[in-house]
Design a protein around this ligand. Structure first.
Ligand code: GCU
Length: 639
């Protein structure tokens, strides 16, 4: 740290006047820890100082529940907020200023989150994590509620520092036991810790939970319900009462409980359709139980019932669009970015922009289920950017998904986003050190979907590694191309499901080649044009015509929309076959480059982490090579 900069930081941060907000205790703690670590000083908390940092409430209502203003002037730095939580987020901003070595001159920052609810979804079962690659669950259920792991607090601090304010503790394939009294008591302890950091707890609820174990359908046998009923029919008054009583019980233990996320009638999970009812009937029944307490239901749209359409990708839209406007006002539909399933690349789910009378929230996947688990260095921000910037044209040009989520295009009574977490109990939280970047980027994007990529990336690099110019340049060079190179080498042109069914990691081209992307000697890809499955018609014009035309369709999505002849001419001038084969090498080339780049940072990164990343890169290299070999072998069968 430059001595002049350090002097200014010390000058400003030595004396701090707190605001008297509900978060003062954690704010003071956070400042003490960080200033000690970064500047080796212990700040003095004063009452009437006119120098240093002054925090105070202000009357600017438009700052809302979480916004803040930071300004610098002759007398020091002021942090103002209208509500308590603004000071918490403002404090993390103040810390970031030092961490990223920003100048303190002429600060004039005004921040309010673009989305109200910014959540992590944990796919945690009782110990293990579905699609988790960073160890076991952070929640130690056997120890709770008596024994409290200090990592709960660190987890909350990390989340608060990037603006996350909601945590769904358990898997969407929900074990009903989470709703049992003994678990609720454990959950209440977590909620109490997280509350200090403005984080609310939510649960994934199993729709079949009210049933008694002997009555639960086969699909739920692994768990059994936790109630005493013979049915979970949402029209049944006993069922309604069960949920109401359960909600009352939850709120008696956790007064600020957020609500439920529900995966229903999807991949074998029970749901209202088991009783001839609709998704709206099911969601509303739960919503009414939560309503008196201010809770919400996040009902997932990830469904693909084969009776709805022959083409899987069309099903969710076809099931949910007719229900638009039929949901209670505390229901929000939680929708994955793409209509298939978190593939390495997918066109945006056309429900965004189409549902106009039901709030929609986006579900992104931070954990790298189809993107190399925690072995590969794949930076997901460019992929999320592609999604958020996608122009649906639902209300004319500029109707991007980011603007739909924030309510700028269609009024949204509830503005939210969720990311499927990539954390676990591994010592570095995410398995791969670089996977932390995806957690970080998700949080920052959730706060402000328009925040520039370079800003997010460079702030992560500076606060994770160091502020050295060379480190910044090299690490950014490593990260930025990885999503694209992964797509080219693992699932080119949006063909999906190229991995083995078990694990979703090793190459498994042959398994779904015919079902998902119809390969033969002449061509490859799905015909989803108007003369094919007509998926294109779920999009607004001009996207519909654009996607429908093989010569205009963005090449990234080519094989998702078109059955394309191998000799089709690509923009590069090469044929599809030539380009696809040539690009398969990009994965290996990227990891080779990353190994060299990382080596160039030896001495600039502490030895332990340097070595750990090196090890990950070496495994990635080996596995990418194996994937490439399978891919080449597979595609060469068709010519
Ligand atoms: C994918 C994933 C499952 C998950 C499901 C979901 O299919 O492989 O593990 O349960 O998505 O999002 O519900």
């Amino acid at each position: 740290l430059d001595t002049r900069l350090k002097r200014t930081y010390v000058q400003h941060y030595s004396q701090i006047r707190l605001s008297g907000s509900r978060y003062d205790e954690v704010i003071a703690d956070e400042l003490k820890r960080s200033l000690k670590a970064m500047l080796t000083i212990t700040p003095e908390f004063v009452h009437n100082e006119k120098k240093g940092i002054q925090m105070s409430f202000c009357a600017d209502k438009s700052l809302g529940q979480e916004g803040y203003i930071i300004r610098s002037g002759k007398k020091g730095i002021t942090l103002q907020a209208y509500s308590d939580a603004g000071f918490l987020y403002g404090t993390f901003h103040l810390i970031r200023l030092i961490q990223c070595e920003y100048s303190l001159e002429h600060l004039n920052i005004r921040e309010t989150p673009a989305l109200d609810s910014r959540q992590l979804n944990h796919w945690d079962d009782l110990g293990t994590i579905e699609r988790g690659y960073a160890g076991r669950s952070l929640w130690k259920w056997n120890d709770l509620p008596g024994k409290i792991d200090p990592r709960y607090t660190d987890y909350a601090r990390a989340n608060a520092s990037i603006g996350i304010n909601g945590v769904i503790l358990n898997n969407v394939n929900a074990d009903p036991r989470f709703l049992r009294r003994d678990y609720l008591e454990k959950i209440a302890v977590l909620a109490q810790i997280f509350r200090k950091y403005n984080i609310r707890v939510y649960l994934a609820a199993n729709f079949g939970a009210p049933m008694k174990p002997s009555a639960t359908p086969d699909v739920m046998r692994q768990w059994g319900g936790v109630g005493n009923l013979n049915t979970a029919d949402p029209r049944n008054p006993e069922v309604q009462k069960w949920w109401k009583t359960k909600a009352d019980e939850i709120y008696s233990l956790i007064p600020d409980f957020g609500g439920f996320v529900v995966k229903a009638n999807s991949e074998g999970m029970p749901g209202p359709q088991d009783y001839g009812c609709t998704h709206a009937d099911g969601a509303n029944m739960l919503a009414r139980a939560l309503k008196p307490h201010g809770g919400i239901v996040m009902w997932r749209t990830f469904v693909y019932n084969p009776e709805i359409d022959k083409d899987r990708i069309k099903r969710s839209y076809k099931e949910f669009l007719p229900l638009d406007g039929m949901f209670d006002d505390n229901v929000i539909l939680q929708t994955k970015n793409g209509a298939l399933d978190f593939q390495p690349s997918e066109p945006a789910q056309p429900l965004f922009g189409s549902m106009t009378r039901t709030p929609l929230m986006a579900e992104l996947q931070i954990t790298q289920e189809y993107l190399g688990h925690s072995t590969y260095l794949v930076y997901l921000l460019p992929m999320w950017r592609e999604f958020l910037d996608f122009d649906t044209h639902c209300k004319g040009a500029g109707s991007t998904i980011a603007k739909i989520l924030t309510g700028e295009v269609i009024p949204q009574s509830y503005r939210a986003i969720a990311g499927v977490a990539n954390t676990g109990d591994s010592h570095n939280w995410t398995g791969h050190h670089f996977a932390q970047a995806n957690w970080f980027a998700f949080g920052r994007l959730a706060w402000n979907p328009k925040l520039e990529t370079h800003k997010i990336t460079s702030e992560w690099i500076k606060s994770t590694w160091n502020c050295d110019k060379q480190t910044l340049k090299v690490v950014e060079q490593m990260m930025m191309p990885t999503w694209k190179s992964f797509v080219c080498s693992h699932a080119p042109y949006s063909i999906g499901f190229t991995v083995q069914v078990k694990g979703h990691y090793l190459a498994g081209f042959e398994i779904r080649a015919n079902k998902e992307w119809k390969i033969d000697n002449e061509s490859i890809g799905n015909d989803r044009t108007i003369t094919g499955s007509d998926y294109v018609s779920q999009y607004f014009e001009p996207n519909r015509s654009l996607f429908n035309d093989i010569n205009q369709c963005p090449e990234l999505y080519l094989l998702c929309f078109h059955r394309t002849p191998w000799n089709h001419k690509m923009k590069s001038g090469l044929t599809l076959r030539e380009e696809l084969i040539a690009n398969l090498k990009q994965g290996i080339e990227q990891v080779d480059r990353n190994i060299e780049l990382w080596k160039s940072l030896r001495g600039k990164i502490d030895e332990r982490r340097f070595g750990e990343v090196m090890e990950s890169l070496a495994t990635e290299k080996k596995d990418t090579q194996a994937f490439y070999d399978s891919a080449i072998h597979f595609f060469n069968l068709y010519k």
